[in-house]
Design a protein around this ligand. Sequence first.
Ligand code: FAQ
Length: 318
Amino acid sequence: MRNTDEHALQAEFDRRVAAEEKIEPTDWMPDDYRKNLIRQMSQHAHSEIIGMQPEGNWITRAPSLRRKAILLAKVQDEGGHGLYLYSATETLGITRSEMIEALQTRKAKYASIFNYPTLTWADIGAVGWLVDGAAIVNQIALQRTSYGPYARAMIRICKEESFHQRQGYELMLEMAKGSPQQKQMAQDALNRFWWPSLMMFGPHDGDSAHSSKSMQWKIKRESNDTLRQRFIDQTVPQIEVLGLEMPDPEIKWNETRGHYDSGEINWDEFYKVINGNGPCNHQRIKHHVKAHQDGEWVREAVRAYRAKQARKKDERAA
Ligand code: FAQ
């Protein structure tokens, strides 16, 4: 392509992003924009899929039929989000199998939170309330992302995450207002999931490698720290309603800032977890590889069916 053509295409892309027009799969886009989107969207998809494991772990042990039905629906929703996001990412010119290979060979990341274990039933409440709560804060902003298929996927996903957050909070409420043992379980789940939930928003803005480009391209609409603060501000009053103790003694309303102050995240732990050395990283990938291998017969059947259809078409044409 001639240089002048490329300049014109770049200028038109910049104009559309500035005008809040969505970029669609068949539109020209800078290569780095495409690559950055593939990175973020595929990692988002992997998070939804790997995120089925900590909760899936409790489906057979849910304490009632009602809780089991809710949990089953939620875990299936997360699987749906993953598939939806893989499809949206495929529109950028990468195949599903390439993405899965990147996940299984640890070239692609997934949300750090899913490398923590769910030790008690109260953890299922904490995951819905805090993890889905954090995911929504992030994803509401992504509804306005510049890439059309990603923005549209987020609208539907946020609706479902909202139900997930509410069921988690309702479960926590029941535990927190239950017996002293149940209240203790709720407190323990809050204490363990609080910090990993804050880590979901990524490093501080100054340490975030991709933020400046992603914000310029409107892939990301709000910074990691802005979204983390929003999550803290909306969650602290919910902890008060539960009647639980704050998981961080430094949480305090700051009248001047109009926000809650809070303690510092353990960033060593964060980097350890995102680099593959968290409590469950090995287990999560191992389980994914096994589930993928166990499902090979389905892919084989699809390939055989497609080949048969192609043969029939050829015979008809002959
Ligand atoms: N975990 O430069 P930044 C859910 C990596 S969905 C792991 O700031 P960026 C639903 C980052 O990838 C949860 N890695 O990166 C559910 C990069 O590494 P790379 C998932 C992290 O992309 C609920 C490096 O650090 N949501 O929970 C994390 O600009 C319940 C530098 O970071 C999304 O994926 C982390 N927490 O900002 C399912 C939302 N943070 O790629 C089941 C979409 C950072 O160079 C059950 N994603 N890293 O190797 C985003 O909004 C962004 O990608 C951020 C990170 C904000 C996560």
